[in-house]
Design a protein around this ligand. Structure first.
Ligand code: PMV
Length: 323
């Protein structure tokens, strides 16, 4: 094969962010807005990248320089992915990668993890490797850690496996939940958040309160486990209540912001069962679990609070070959 296109879904954290970095479980769902990557072979031993969505065009370098020198931020997830897979399975041709996203990289839907997963999957197809989902997860997660140093890998798991997952980091648990879709509404705050900055912020502000931090993380774990049961029973009212409690704990961690708080408050006063921020906090998106009859009111409430409603479906398929 000398050309392949693959796609992988974005993700939304349902419950358990931050605690998941420290070996507690989380629930994550894959969303139906996808990242696409086309990989084709080149005669020259070059790596080329077109990733217009993140401002990278006409980027090229010799394969021997992969991962070296100054790499623009928008090129890192693909270039380091190609380097990592080629260290294990040497390339005999050059590669041209073109990425295209159905969603804005601003939303915090995990565009860099999804492009890493797409790249690993596409290159493995080009090389005729029969990599398992687990192999793709491992190489992709290594890439994320090489780039950002920290992270649980929940976003990589969502991009690879899709669906809704109960996830514990360190290859401990990646368990698909059998649920078709969640009655979820998503609001984008318009504020860009940086995951690693927020992980560090929590760490620093609790540096002398480790016991308190552990208590919060243990409480989040209990909520996640209860939410998993509620999810299995499709008990959305209970699931919503657990989300509210999770939000209270995220406020205690210091990662919510006024804009998100206002969007969450508006959703609840318009009848949502529960609402919380999703992801690292500091911006990005909030999510609300909403009874069918209140969907429009909640959407209007989010807009009036200054948020932008993002229409998505949950439980999307994991990484797949498009053609
Ligand atoms: O910022 P996001 O949407 O990538 O979510 C980060 C969630 C954290 O738990 C804070 C980090 C992680 O890798 O699990």
């Amino acid at each position: 094969m000398n050309k392949v296109t693959v796609s992988a879904p974005g993700k939304l954290m349902l419950l358990g962010e931050h605690a998941v970095v420290y070996n507690h479980p989380c629930l994550v769902t894959a969303v139906d807005q996808r990242m696409r990557a086309t990989v084709e072979t080149l005669d020259s031993l070059e790596f080329q990248l077109e990733a217009e969505d993140v401002g990278v065009t006409g980027y090229k370098k010799p394969l021997s320089n992969l991962g070296k020198g100054d790499i623009p931020k928008g090129a890192q997830s693909v270039e380091i992915a190609v380097r990592n897979i080629s260290e294990k399975y040497p390339l005999r041709t050059g590669l041209r990668v073109t990425t295209k996203s159905e969603f804005s990289s601003q939303f915090g839907f995990g565009s860099s993890s999804a492009s890493t997963v797409c790249t690993i999957k596409a290159v493995s197809e080009i090389l005729g490797l029969n990599l398992s989902q687990k192999d793709i997860f491992d190489l992709s997660y290594k890439t994320v850690l090489d780039i950002q140093g920290k992270g649980s890998g929940f976003d990589v798991a969502a991009a690879v496996f899709g669906g809704t997952l109960y996830f514990v980091t360190g290859e401990k648990v990646i368990k698909p939940m059998s649920v078709d879709s969640l009655p979820l509404i998503v609001g984008y705050s318009g504020v860009k958040a940086d995951t690693v900055t927020l992980i560090n912020k929590v760490k620093e502000s609790f540096v002398h309160k480790q016991k308190r931090l552990n208590e919060i993380y243990n409480s989040i774990e209990v909520l996640v486990n209860n939410a998993r049961d509620a999810l299995i029973k499709k008990d959305w009212k209970r699931f919503g209540k657990l989300m509210n409690k999770n939000q209270d704990l995220l406020v205690k961690l210091g990662v919510s912001i006024d804009k998100l708080d206002n969007m969450i408050k508006a959703s609840l006063s318009e009848g949502a069962y529960g609402a919380k921020l999703s992801g690292a906090g500091g911006g990005d998106c909030m999510i609300a679990i909403v009874p069918k009859d209140n969907e429009q009111e909640v959407k209007d409430g989010i807009s009036q609070a200054g948020g932008k409603v993002v229409n998505i479906k949950t439980n999307a398929e994991g990484v797949r070959i498009e053609k």
